[in-house]
Design a protein around this ligand. Structure first.
Ligand code: NAD
Length: 556
């Protein structure tokens, strides 16, 4: 899997894709994003590869090229322009794109992924320049295994798939949701060191119920109402099992499916196929890591931790499930662990007599007189409240003050994205708790001062977890992903938070450490795979070295 290319670049993108030895020359190399170095080709390469006359005289180092890219990037007028600029760089010179992304991850993450990627999906048809990724529609039913042969890579290892129904907080964007798998896979490479050649973005284009798109002559997807029910499920099954047949070692990451389908697919495939759902399981691992780091500040033992969720959708129920596993690892029975987790949604506390609860919610319903959020907090006295509602302002002053009344160091996670949807802002959490809150959010908040003390609010970004989990799983050819692997990932992430970061209120490590974080997580996940007999490769002498060895390096 090591893709480090020898100087001279004889393995082209298409060649690499077809995995044949056919050295490209001349203009073909320049037009091949995987091989192209632009002005980075050395004098000798220019001579040997038929490039003389095709490039300006000066030779630039990759560092200089990266600097030039960033200068141009910063000159762009808005984030959409920056997104388009980066995507076209990737189409021209893949290694330079990843060099730039890796070296400027904090600055580029909001462009390559949320929030700008959401805008890019909304404008997908307008900014479309170059087909990327793999599209499957209901017309492919019965032929998916065949058409997978059109994808020219023999050894795909990571697939990110969506059906476009619940793109970020933007709803049903149909085939325009392809921007999401593409963006996530860029992060797999930049943060997790997965060779881009081994990545495959997939759009299960089963139609859309977004009438605006259906009426838009520029819409490029399958122009029908969404396939539902058995026909939908059977297309998803055919896709998953075709992938298993063609790429038996590939990990399938489900992304941005509507909640009922997300749970359905998770339940259907988690035991049978190397797969996970990032919205449910990835988010959960980030939250558990954040809680574990927060407990280092408050001094509360994990087995005592009580958590109340606001919102009871995919993200919150996924977090509750993994948290329950963490509490069980800390010594509680499943019943005891569940009693330490409660939910409130827009209709109030999830009590057993409610008739509107989903199967995932019923497990956590309680008998209580409390109905609204604040009275539920007073009764339950949670150590932490976690918001995953998508509704700003739902952590009101009264809510935060109630938390500050029942806990010395109240843990407040306002996870809804983007920043303006957060349940409360960092400033509100600190102010309303007199600086005692341990705060984290889903989207970034700037560092701030409260009563002379500097706080650096942490961002519980899923990018901390999924690249490392994927890297670990494929490095040992895991047969499936277990909850224990996500808990191991959460532990590895929490362990990277240094004492001085905790003192500034930061419960996640800096994003600049992503590559090393992913390496730690990958090692922890791979170890778990061996422990649980889920690894299909024999145990290597040095696991960390093996994983490090397969990590993609974009240097020329
Ligand atoms: P979802 O639609 O599945 O769930 C939303 C839940 O919130 C539902 O249970 C709904 O009943 C509840 N809700 C709505 N309005 C409410 C209100 N006023 N008060 C209380 N509850 C209310 O969505 P999801 O996938 O679970 O995502 C929810 C939010 O979490 C989104 O904003 C998403 O951006 C965020 N999220 C963050 C991360 C992260 O930070 N790493 C990861 C995933 C999702």
């Amino acid at each position: 899997m090591n893709s480090r290319l020898a100087p001279g670049v004889s393995m082209s993108y298409h060649e690499g894709m077809a995995e044949r030895e056919r050295p490209l020359r001349g203009m073909d190399i320049i037009h091949d994003s995987r091989s192209n170095k632009g002005t980075g080709f050395t004098r000798e390469e220019r001579r040997n590869l038929g490039l003389r006359g095709l490039l300006p005289y000066q030779i630039s180092s990759q560092e200089l090229q990266a600097q030039r890219v960033m200068e141009n990037f910063r000159r762009k007028e808005n984030n959409m322009e920056r997104y388009i600029f980066l995507r076209s760089l990737e189409e021209r010179n893949e290694r330079l794109f990843f060099r730039v992304l890796m070296d400027n991850i904090r600055e580029l993450l909001p462009i390559v992924y949320t929030p700008t990627v959401g805008q890019a999906c909304q404008q997908f048809a307008n900014i479309f320049r170059h087909a990327k990724g793999f599209y499957i529609t209901p017309e492919d039913k019965g032929h998916i295994r065949d058409i997978l042969n059109n994808w020219p890579v023999e050894d795909v290892r990571i697939i990110v798939v969506t059906d476009g129904e619940r793109i970020l907080g933007l709803g049903d964007l149909g085939a325009n949701g392809m921007g999401i798998p593409i963006g996530k896979l860029s992060l797999y490479t930049a943060a997790g060191g997965i060779d881009p050649l081994r990545c495959m973005p997939v759009m299960l284009d089963v139609g859309t119920d977004n009438t605006e798109l259906l009426n838009d002559p520029l819409y490029m997807g399958w122009p029908h109402a969404r396939l539902r029910g058995r026909e939908y499920q059977s297309l998803v099954e055919e896709f998953v099992f075709s992938v298993q047949d063609k790429y038996p070692k590939a990990l399938i990451q489900f992304e941005d499916f509507a909640t009922p389908n997300a749970y359905h697919h998770l339940k259907r495939f988690r035991q049978a196929v190397l797969s996970f759902n990032d919205d449910i399981q990835g988010t959960a691992a980030v939250a558990v890591a954040g809680l574990k780091a927060a407990l280092r500040i408050s001094g509360t033992p994990l087995r005592d931790l009580r958590v109340m969720f606001l919102g009871a959708g995919s993200a919150a129920t996924g977090m509750a499930h993994l948290l329950t596993r963490a509490l069980m690892e800390a010594g509680l029975s499943e019943g005891e662990a569940r009693k330490q987790v409660q939910f409130v949604d827009e209709h109030g506390l999830l009590i057993s007599s409610r008739k509107d609860l989903t199967p995932q919610n019923i497990e956590y319903s309680v008998d209580s007189e409390a109905r609204d959020f604040v009275s539920a907090i007073r009764e339950f006295e949670p150590h932490a409240i976690i918001g995953a509602t998508g509704v700003p302002g739902t952590f009101s002053r009264e809510v935060v003050e109630s938390m500050a009344a029942v806990q010395q160091r109240p843990i407040i996670f306002a996870l809804s994205n983007p920043t303006d949807r957060a349940e409360c802002s960092a400033a509100q959490a600190y102010e309303w708790s007199s600086g005692r809150a341990i705060f984290a959010s889903g989207s970034p908040f700037q560092p701030l001062e409260y009563e002379g003390k500097r706080f650096e609010p942490a961002q519980g970004n899923n990018v901390y977890i999924f690249p490392g989990v994927g890297l670990g799983a494929i490095s040992v050819a895991a047969s499936r992903i277990s909850d224990s692997m996500f808990l191991a990932a959460a532990d590895a992430l929490a362990a990277r938070v240094k004492q001085e970061q905790l003192e500034r209120g930061s419960i996640f490590p800096p994003l600049t450490e992503l590559r090393n974080i992913s390496l730690d997580i990958a090692e922890a996940v791979a170890l778990k795979a061996y422990e649980q007999n889920l690894a299909r490769y024999p145990h290597p002498d040095d696991l960390r070295e093996l994983i490090q060895g397969v990590m993609y390096d974009p240097s020329y």
